[in-house]
Design a protein around this ligand. Sequence first.
Ligand code: SF4
Ligand code: SF4
Length: 448
Amino acid sequence: MADNVGNADARPDLELEEEFGDERPTIDEQEMADAEKGCGQAAIGIPMGHPAGVPMTGGHPGGHPGATQRHGGARSMGFRPGGGEAAAAYEARTGIKAPRIIAWEITRSCNLSCAHCRAAAEFGHYHGELTLDEIKSNIDDIVTITNPIIILTGGEPLMRPDIWEIVDYAHEKGAMPVIGTNATLITDEIAAKMAEHKIPRISVSVDFPTAAEHDAFRGQVGCFDLTIEGIKIAKRHGVGVQINMTVTTMNADRMEEMHTLAESLGVDAFHIFMLVPTGRGEDLLDKELPPEEYEKVLEWAYERQKTSPLHFKPTDAPHYYRIIRQKAKAEGKKVTREEYGLDAMTRGCLGGITFCFISHVGDLQPCGYFDMQLGNVKEQPFSQIWTESKVFNELRDYSLLKGKCGVCEYKAVCGGCRARALSVTGDYLAEEPYCVYVPASMRSDCGE
Ligand code: SF4
Ligand code: SF4
């Protein structure tokens, strides 16, 4: 798949817990205060309705459900990514945050050929993939600076015969492996292995609520049924499941039906991904939602999660963290951890901040969609690239952001999608091309 279509995995989505991080949120108090201040307005000219006209629900009886939703993930096992001694020592020594989630494309080989695959993965062997020994020595290096969640992804990671050795080694070294899969290969035997090897959660991409639409999108007849069956089998074996939906113009009006499907399957989380058209997804450029529609989907997500029993998270949609603050302000609320759970503690784009991606041949990138290799772990230790890369360090310095992102009061909690900026403008620090918001300092109607 490169599930999610090739990407669920490639981006900081599975196990958002990273940022609950307890005492060490990604954004600091001043940054939160700046974002809270804002200008008190919703995005310019965007009505706050559901994209499909579904009435918005009322408030969650117990406040925002972020802190109380089901998780079924690493955190529910008491795991604190980046919360160990190595990470604390690294951060004290370098002043750089340790990575908390690493998406690792352990193979590019895949049994499907999805239209929006980041990796443009296909069946067959890919030359130069990291060997088991190379993976182990890279894990040895990673754990010198952090104890991350490692999302084993692909391609289809279950195609790799030594996946269980990788899983065991990651556990042994204090990391937490999870799996991003298309689920079509999950049998009782595989699900039993997931449980036996302590995989807390898998993420599975489902993009449409019906087999005909999903199969057409994925280019494979029968794949919807196999995926749904794989989800059910995993759940039967006690493995947590997160459904990832990549939103395009083709399915933006099916959000509610997709949520119903996720709920009916009894999964733990429903994460919507905004298409980042790189890899095979470039062919879907014309299917990318226009910014105004994109905004409406995120507003739907904000309202829907108030009553959803599922852990809910828009991914690769950094402006969601701006929308949360705008909506909360309009509702007279503060975005606190008590009220908003993880959403209060994290920021939109985490690429290079606390997240990164390792490709099947060992190239290190801020995320799977950020089409720039910042080093290769066969040639240089991961920890060295994470620490010294000029690009990583520039991504961590929000004062370098350009255009309206550079002057935006939400830049610390949002930051814009750097991969999209890179792909559209060639400059990863340029303003996010898919944001309708006009920062307060650029508006005449805001007296701040
Ligand atoms: S202008 Fe940039 S930083 Fe501000 S909300 Fe939009 S994408 Fe985010
Ligand atoms: S650059 Fe874009 S796709 Fe990558 S992690 Fe950031 S928001 Fe997600």
